[in-house]
Design a protein around this ligand. Structure first.
Ligand code: ATP
Ligand code: MG
Length: 633
């Protein structure tokens, strides 16, 4: 494992550079994969390929995303595409011609074959992913935390590689991503300024909590959208640094014509065929202009088009056929190929406004000498100051969607009543209450946070309660402004992600969508740091026989030990305050899963400090709650 680059080390490295351009190129070197990390990923891909070939004859594992698109950051996730076209053909031909397979053909219809359980031609994506998850769980050594996420826009199986801690996704219906990955890579080959600019903008956005929710989803910008924004910016320079996507199509040869899912994705294979840009601006000036331009941009009023290399006014977009299918919102950024897809459709108004304000603040800073010139007195300068989280931008909600597996006894009912009961509101409510009790237990008893119930109820009830009376519902008068902000952000996120009429909760089904629970919490110790080491010390070299049953006790002891190391007890002030809002999602129940979104909101000015704890909670909380539920059942 490569050591994480600490903010102090980054600042030190950057301050030593001679000018901002040198700082920006240094950023790439500090963040990109080491040789070892690249080798590890290659090895993992080979391992997956071998295992999947055995179960899915003719299949291929193809990496995409940041591992291969030229914007690799040490520790980023490993996105894999499982190509099953040939396997489907094998299966179809095996069916139509029963009998022993030919010598060189895999036996996909014997009883032992995993393919005997499924018909790939008619199976749904989640069904195939369940099978992929089974193969991962049972047959890929060193992989754990395998989880199917069936309801995402692009469903995936998530996994984690134990030794390296590397997280990854496998998808099966995401061919466009392979193509846009190649497009991003081509852009990095066309001009060497692309990589430094993207690395800097991504890191800046992460530091300002505008981007970087590793779970995907939520109201923040994702790295793909940010990268496209930088590419678009480079298309609009005069003269342009990058050609438009339409121009790239014109430049592509006959054999380079490519159509994926009905979208034209043609562009030249080889960047050396293209004319170098006549633009000679340096990185320092480009970055300053990026902030100046987007600090004053009409994001809600236009569609940013990389296809055309210019913003398109919304009224004319809406008249076109693809335009009318776009999910428009406060931030409209068209995918370069899938033209009816707004890659920033998840961004809510609050994030869009914050993005603009942060750009304005950055632009102002970029006009100062502190940005432009190295300090002769050893003070921080250039990019370093830019990366410091803005204090004005305090209210930062951090949302994540968790899928919590319900224990069998909670979810599986007698077959004939199962369907009916699974839809019954009180049954689902009971499940939600148990999950909430689990969340509170883990936060309080296992992670030693203080955790006060602030508000409970359904969206419908809350809407019915007159203003000012809501406090009466609280168990204690603890519902601070945080919880209100938290709900607002989720509302906006949901409004963005569904039809315009869905702002109000659905009342036509029994699913208690909008049911929510909020807690006001505080953390007193860094219970997320060094848990593995403390766990090993407590458990000794021989894992406890009762480990599975007692592991939550062990986790509680780990937290206790960490707080003891830090002096124990509760210091005068907590490290930070935050609120947590758990909320039932639409279509909450999928088999034995319950879909709950958890929105964490750190107290003002504590957003940056809270990020590390938030990342830890994302991994820890759902699993711990599942364990707790299983034990309670
Ligand atoms: P990182 O993992 O470092 O955040 P990434 O580029 O790999 O960066 P992911 O969110 O992992 O980002 O997505 C992987 C790939 O999936 C992207 O590179 C892109 O090809 C595709 N992708 C991600 N988000 C979207 C989106 N909103 N619309 C279309 N394609 C997307
Ligand atoms: Mg990725």
């Amino acid at each position: 494992k490569r050591e994480q680059l600490s903010p102090e080390k980054l600042a030190q490295e950057l301050c030593q550079a001679d000018d901002v351009d040198a700082q920006m190129t240094r950023m790439v070197q500090l963040f990109e994969f080491s040789e070892g990390e690249r080798r590890l990923r290659d090895l993992l891909v080979t391992l997956f390929q071998e295992v999947f070939l055995e179960f899915f004859p003719g299949s291929a594992i193809l990496p995409f995303g940041s591992s291969v698109n030229g914007f690799d950051v040490s520790g980023c996730d490993l996105d894999l595409f499982l190509e099953l076209e040939k396997t489907k053909k094998f299966q179809a031909s095996a069916k139509s011609a029963p009998g022993p397979p030919a010598e060189d053909e895999p036996d996909s219809h014997s009883e032992d074959s995993i393919l005997s359980d499924i018909d790939l031609a008619s199976a749904t994506v989640p069904e195939v992913l369940e099978l992929v998850a089974t193969v991962l769980r049972k047959c890929v050594p060193g992989v754990h935390h395998v989880q199917v996420v069936p309801n995402a826009r692009r469903p995936v199986v998530k996994f984690c590689h134990k030794d390296s801690g590397l997280r990854g996704d496998i998808s099966i219906d995401n061919k466009l991503a392979l193509r846009n990955t190649r497009f991003l890579q081509l852009c990095t080959e066309i001009d060497e300024r692309v990589r430094p600019l993207v690395y800097v903008v991504r890191h800046w956005a992460k530091q300002q909590a505008l981007a970087g929710n590793p779970f995907g989803g939520g109201p923040l910008l994702n790295n793909y959208a940010l990268t496209l924004l930088v590419l678009f910016f480079l298309q609009t320079r005069s003269p342009p640094v990058l050609p438009t996507v339409a121009r790239l199509k014109e430049l592509s040869e006959d054999e380079e014509q490519t159509v994926v899912e009905g979208w034209d994705c043609s562009f030249p294979k080889d960047s050396t065929q293209l004319e170098p840009s006549g633009n000679k601006e340096n990185l320092c000036a480009l970055l300053a202009d990026f902030f100046r331009i987007f600090g004053d941009y009409d994001f809600p009023g236009c569609l940013i088009s990389l296809q055309e290399g210019q913003p398109l006014p919304l009224p004319s977009v809406l008249q076109s056929e693809v335009g009318s299918k776009l999910k428009l919102g406060p931030f409209n950024l068209q995918d370069p190929f899938e033209l009816s897809h707004n890659v920033a459709a998840n961004v809510n108004e609050k994030t869009a406004l914050r993005f603009q304000r942060c750009c304005q603040a950055a632009s102002k800073y970029c006009r100062s000498l502190q940005y432009q010139r190295k300090s002769s007195k050893g003070k921080i300068w250039g990019l370093v100051r830019l990366f410091q989280p803005g204090t004005a931008e305090a209210e930062v909600p951090v949302a994540a969607e968790f899928v919590i597996n319900l224990p069998l006894t909670l979810a599986v009912l007698p077959a004939e009543t199962h369907e009916l009961l699974c839809q019954a509101r009180d049954f689902q409510l009971r499940c939600f209450q148990k999950v909430c009790a689990g969340i509170a237990f883990i936060l309080q008893d296992v992670l030693k946070c203080s955790c006060l119930e602030a508000q409970q109820g359904s969206e419908e009830e809350r809407q019915a309660v007159p203003e000012g009376k809501q406090g009466e519902q609280q168990t204690e008068a603890k519902a601070g402004p945080l919880s209100a902000g938290c709900k607002r952000s989720l509302d906006e996120e949901e409004a963005d992600s569904s039809s315009p009429s869905s702002k109000r909760p659905r009342t036509d089904t029994l699913v208690p969508e909008g049911e929510s629970m909020t807690w006001d919490c505080a953390t007193w110790h860094k219970v997320w740091l060094g848990r593995r080491r403390v766990r090993r010390q407590l458990r000794g070299p021989q894992p406890d026989q009762q480990q599975a049953a007692g592991s939550l006790e062990l986790e509680a002891k780990v937290s206790e030990a960490i707080s003891q190391q830090e002096g124990g007890g509760k210091p005068a002030d907590p490290l930070f305050h935050f609120s947590v809002c758990a909320r039932v999602r639409a279509d909450a129940f999928v088999k034995q899963d319950m879909r709950i979104s958890l929105c964490f909101e750190p107290a003002p000015e504590q957003a940056a400090a809270f990020q590390e704890f938030f990342h830890f909670l994302q991994g820890f909380l759902p699993r711990a709650v599942e364990q707790h539920l299983a034990r309670e059942a």
